[in-house]
Design a protein around this ligand. Structure first.
Ligand code: NAD
Length: 281
């Protein structure tokens, strides 16, 4: 196995895939970007070119190639990052395709927000060369990625993955054993869970909680504003996934939160969530 990553393929050029491609190109990795949707590829090219130009790295534009054929995209790469939608069966199918098309040396990682790679690994033969490498967009302003093993991942694979994360200017958040939510998503879940309980229980208003968070952390946005931005349907589904995983009633999101989602008050995108927003025209 090559101990140094030189060429990377990103499978899925959507919201996160294009950002991973951009950051890898910025750090002079050779990047192949593949998507089944050519419009998405064109949009990704626009984003990546704009990003690299803003960073005054015009010479890095040549680092990225765009593909609508997966076999070409993965033909000689050292690492593949899968960033297709969060659907376990789809991820297993894509892993299996990559396994049959990529060279034997290639490490395959998933950017999944929730599935441990141990639930995907049976779709491939190279079970010692799989990883979770999970980013936190916007990657340029949140330079960190969780890294977690599958049940047969070798130490060598883990080390190579960790060094690649460092080499693209990110902090590797090492998950020592399989953990739902990895490192930071797990911490962030704990924060949101308590904020939601305080709001639903009538202990404090959302404005007070957001203000306290902003003063304490020096962040620009509080948890309720951030949930409105992400979309309350997505935020609710994430909280439900922790509840389903633990089965602990304390993890169950408040009924009042569920009611908002059922009413269609989904935050920024619908104009109403925890806060009232001006709808985009
Ligand atoms: N959105 C986030 O904030 C975020 C953060 C961290 C991790 N993730 C994870 O990243 C993954 C992708 O999420 P996203 O938000 O970028 O989704 P997205 O919908 O923006 O992008 C997914 C892309 O995959 C493409 N695609 C679908 N099927 C494909 C296939 N068979 N082969 C190749 N491409 C295919 C789609 O055309 C789309 O462009 C998910 O697993 C998600 O959990 C998302």
């Amino acid at each position: 196995m090559s101990k140094i990553i030189k060429k990377v393929a990103i499978i899925g050029a959507g919201f996160t895939g294009k950002q991973i491609a951009a950051i890898a190109a910025l750090y002079d990795f050779n990047v192949s970007l593949f998507d089944i949707n050519i419009d998405t590829l064109a949009e990704a090219k626009k984003y990546i070119s704009g990003f690299l130009k803003r960073k005054k790295k015009n010479d890095a534009l040549k680092n990225v190639s765009y593909y609508s054929d997966m076999s070409e995209a993965v033909s000689d790469v050292d690492l593949v990052i899968e960033a297709v939608p969060e659907n376990l069966e789809l991820k297993r199918k894509v892993f299996s395709q990559i396994d049959s098309l990529a060279p034997a040396k290639t490490i395959i990682a998933t950017n999944s927000s929730s599935y441990p790679v141990s639930r995907i690994e049976s779709a491939v033969k190279r079970k010692n060369k799989v990883l979770n490498i999970h980013f936190y967009p916007p990657i340029p302003t949140r330079p960190m990625a969780d890294i977690m093993r599958g049940s047969e991942t070798s130490d060598e694979t883990f080390e190579i993955g960790k060094n690649w994360i460092i080499n693209i200017g990110c902090e590797p958040l090492i998950v020592k054993k399989e953990c739902f939510g990895f490192v930071f998503n797990r911490i962030w879940h704990a924060v949101k869970k308590e904020c939601l309980k305080m709001w639903a229980g009538g202990y404090a208003d959302i404005e007070v909680i957001d203000t306290a968070w902003k003063i304490f952390t020096k962040m620009k946005l509080g948890p309720f504003t951030m949930m409105d931005g992400i979309g309350l349907d997505v935020a609710y589904a994430v909280e439900m996934s922790y509840y389903k995983e633990s089965g602990d009633p304390k993890d169950k999101p408040p009924q009042a939160f569920r009611a908002m989602v059922e009413r269609g008050d989904l935050g920024l995108k619908t104009g109403k969530g925890f806060y009232t927003w001006k709808k985009k025209k």
